[in-house]
Design a protein around this ligand. Structure first.
Ligand code: NAD
Length: 556
C-alpha cells in the first residue's frame, strides 16, 4: 500500500527504543540502519532514495525498499538475505554465524565498467549506485567524514604550518553530505575556510547543523570576511554560493592569499558536477536530456577549476585531491597537468592505514544520545594514553549535532577496535546501554579498498589497481561473523575506478555477539595491515610483528 503513495510524501525514520519490528536485534540492526540512511535528517535527497555522494542510494526504488523491509522483518536467525544493487533477490538458509544480509552494489565486468554503460543499465532498472555507505546502510551523516577530514587538515597543519591552521586560509568546493564536513574540520584546526557550492540549500543545511559559520552569495563580501579573520588568526568558515569552476580562477586572478586548496564537489560523477553554463534549476533536466554533452561540459568546467588548483600550487599553496576523482575528470576535460598535485591518501593518510587505522563507527539503535555519551566515556577509559583520540572524542561530544540515530566515529587500528566492540557488547548486556549498537566502518579504509586515485594511489609496490584485497576482506568478514557484508564498485571515485567492501556487526549483548566481535573487529582491520605488509610498508610489518598478525611470506 505504501508504494501507491507519491514518493515525495514518504518520510522514513528508523524506529527508536527496544520494541522490535524484526525477529531479533540481528535483523532489527540492518532494518533500522537502512531506514536511518533514508531519514531526511541524514539523507541528502531522501525522496529519490539518495543518501549522499552524488547519486549514492540505499535501495533501488521504493518497491525494492518495501520488499527489503518486509523481508528483514520476517527473516530468521539462520537465514541470509541477498541484495543485488539495492534490490532483494533471494533468501537462503545459512546458520547463525553467517551474515543476515549480503550486499553487492554497482559491480560491472571490467570492459563494461564505464559511466555510459552503468547509466544505461541503471535506466533499465537493473542496477543502482551504492556509493560506499549508502547502499551498505552504515552512513551516519556528515560526522562520518568529519574526523577523517579533521585528521587530514591536522596533518597539513603539522606538515606546513607549525601544528595549527591559525592564520591560514583554505579554499574548497562542495558542501554536500561529505564535503560539508570541511568547514568545521578547518575551524576545529583553528583555520579560516572559504567553501564554494552552487546550491544555496546545501550551504544553508551546513549552517543549520553548525558545520558552517556563515554564508553569502557575494564574492567580494566573502573575500573580505575571510581575509579579516585570517589577519586576526580567528577561526571562521564562510560559504559562498557560486560555481567552483568560476570562483577558483577568479580568486587566483585577484591574487587572494590562499594557503590550502582542495575540493569535494561530486566530481566523480560528471552529471553531479554543475557546468558553468547551466543554471542550478536546469541541472537535472539538462543532465537527463543529454548526458553525453553534459559530461563534456562538466569536464571542461572541472578542467578550469583544476587548472586553477595547479596554479595555486605553483604559487606555493598546499594543494590536494580530496578523493573525488576531480583530477581524472579534469584530465578528460583537457587539463594536462591535472595530476601535478597528489591525492590526500599518499600525502597524509597512508601511515595510519599501515596500522589498520581507519574510520571506525557505531550507532545507537535506541536512538538515545545518552548511549553514545556512555560509549564516548568507555572509549576514553579504554585508550587513556591516546591524546589525539581524547581531543577528538571530547570535542565531538560537545560540538557535533547528531543526524538520525546518534552515532560516533573515531579512527582505531588493528588490535584496538575489538576492545571497543567487546566493551560496548558488555554495556548492552549489563543494561548500561539502553539497546544494542551497530559497529561498522566506512569503505574508505586501509584493507578493503582498491582505488588507484584514492586509497591505493601510489602504493609502494605499484599494486594500486589490484582488487583481490577488498574481495578477500569481504570473504573474511563473512567467515568471521559480521552481521552484514557488502562488495561495491565505484564508490567515491566513480565507475571503473574502485572496488571496495564493508562490514557491520550488531552488538546485542549476547555471548555469541561477543564471539563474533572478537573475530570480525580483529580480522577486518587486520586485512589492512596485511595489505600494507604485502606492499612493503615497514610500519605495517612492525605492527604485524608487535601485535601478532600472521603474514606467511613475512614469517621467514
Ligand atoms: P554530494 O553530492 O552530497 O555534494 C556535492 C556538492 O557539490 C553538492 O552540494 C553540489 O551542489 C556541489 N557542486 C556540484 N557541482 C559544483 C560546482 N561546479 N561548483 C560548486 N559546487 C558544486 O557529495 P558528497 O557526499 O559531499 O561527496 C563529495 C565528493 O567527495 C564525492 O565525489 C564523493 O565521492 C567524494 N568523497 C570523498 C571522501 C573522502 O574521504 N575524501 C569520502 C566520501 C566521498
Amino acid at each position: 500500500p505504501m508504494t501507491d503513495m507519491p514518493t515525495t510524501t514518504r518520510t522514513i525514520r528508523a524506529a527508536r527504543g527496544t520494541i522490535l519490528t524484526a525477529k531479533s536485534w540481528q535483523t532489527e540492526g540492518p532494518l533500522r540502519m537502512l531506514m536511518n540512511n533514508l531519514d531526511p535528517e541524514v539523507a541528502e535527497h531522501p525522496e529519490d532514495l539518495v543518501v549522499y555522494g552524488g547519486t549514492g542510494k540505499a535501495a533501488r526504488n521504493w518497491e525494492a525498499y518495501d520488499a527489503i523491509v518486509r523481508t528483514l522483518e520476517g527473516l530468521e536467525a539462520d537465514e541470509t538475505l541477498l541484495v543485488q544493487s539495492g534490490k532483494p533477490v533471494g533468501v537462503f538458509r545459512t546458520h547463525e554465524w553467517a551474515p543476515r544480509v549480503l550486499i553487492a552494489n554497482s559491480n560491472l565486468v571490467g570492459d563494461w565498467a564505464t559511466w555510459p554503460e552503468f547509466r544505461k543499465l541503471e535506466a533499465e532498472g537493473l542496477t543502482m549506485y551504492g556509493q560506499m555507505t549508502a547502499g551498505s546502510w552504515i552512513y551516519i551523516g556528515t560526522q562520518g567524514i568529519l574526523q577523517g577530514t579533521y585528521e587530514t587538515f591536522a596533518a597539513i597543519a603539522d606538515k606546513r604550518f607549525g601544528g595549527t591552521l591559525a592564520g591560514t586560509l583554505t579554499l574548497t568546493g562542495g558542501a554536500g553530505g561529505m564535503g560539508g564536513a570541511q568547514p568545521l574540520a578547518v575551524t576545529l584546526n583553528e583555520g579560516v575556510v572559504l567553501i564554494v557550492d552552487v546550491d544555496p540549500s546545501r550551504l544553508e543545511r551546513r549552517v543549520e547543523h553548525r558545520y558552517l559559520d556563515e554564508m553569502t552569495d557575494d564574492l567580494d563580501d566573502a573575500v573580505e570576511r575571510v581575509l579579516a579573520a585570517k589577519a586576526e588568526r580567528r577561526p571562521l568558515s564562510v560559504g559562498l554560493v557560486g560555481n567552483a569552476a568560476t570562483v577558483f580562477p577568479e580568486l587566483l586572478r585577484r591574487g587572494v592569499a590562499i594557503d590550502i586548496v582542495t575540493d569535494q564537489t561530486s566530481a566523480h560523477d560528471p552529471l553531479a558536477y554543475l557546468p558553468e553554463d547551466t543554471a542550478l534549476a536546469d541541472w537535472q533536466t539538462e543532465a537527463a536530456a543529454d548526458p553525453v554533452d553534459f559530461t563534456r561540459r562538466s569536464r571542461l568546467a572541472m578542467a578550469k577549476q583544476v587548472q586553477a588548483m595547479v596554479d595555486f600550487q605553483d604559487a606555493g599553496a598546499e594543494v590536494f585531491d580530496y578523493g573525488n576523482s576531480i583530477r581524472a575528470e579534469a584530465k578528460l576535460g583537457g587539463c594536462e597537468r591535472a595530476f601535478d598535485f597528489p591525492g590526500f591518501v599518499p600525502a597524509y593518510i597512508r601511515p595510519l592505514f599501515a596500522e589498520g587505522k581507519g574510520p571506525f563507527r557505531w550507532a545507537a539503535l535506541s536512538g538515545d544520545p545518552a548511549d553514545i555519551a556512555a560509549t564516548d566515556r568507555a572509549i576514553l577509559e579504554l585508550f587513556p594514553e591516546d591524546e589525539k583520540l581524547r581531543r577528538w572524542i571530547t570535542s565531538a561530544g560537545e560540538k557535533i549535532a547528531f543526524e538520525g540515530l546518534p552515532a560516533r566515529i573515531c579512527w582505531l587500528g588493528y588490535q584496538e577496535r575489538h576492545l571497543a566492540g567487546l566493551k560496548f557488547n558488555e554495556m548492552v548486556a549489563s543494561g548500561e546501554l539502553s539497546a544494542p549498537v551497530v559497529i561498522g566502518r566506512d569503505h574508505l579504509d586501509s584493507g578493503s579498498v582498491a582505488s588507484p586515485y584514492r586509497e591505493t594511489e601510489a602504493m609502494a609496490d605499484g599494486s594500486d589497481a589490484i582488487a583481490d584485497w577488498p574481495l578477500l576482506n569481504a570473504l573474511l568478514n563473512t567467515a568471521s561473523g559480521a552481521t552484514w557484508v557488502s562488495i561495491h564498485h565505484g564508490g567515491g571515485v566513480g565507475i571503473g575506478r574502485s572496488i571496495h567492501a564493508g562490514q557491520v556487526i550488531v552488538a546485542d549483548g549476547t555471548p555469541l555477539a561477543a564471539e563474533k566481535i572478537a573475530r570480525v573487529l580483529v580480522n577486518d582491520p587486520g586485512t589492512g595491515v596485511m595489505r600494507h605488509v604485502d606492499a612493503g610498508y615497514e610500519r605495517a610489518a612492525e605492527v604485524a610483528r608487535e601485535r601478532g598478525l600472521r603474514v606467511p611470506m613475512w614469517e621467514g
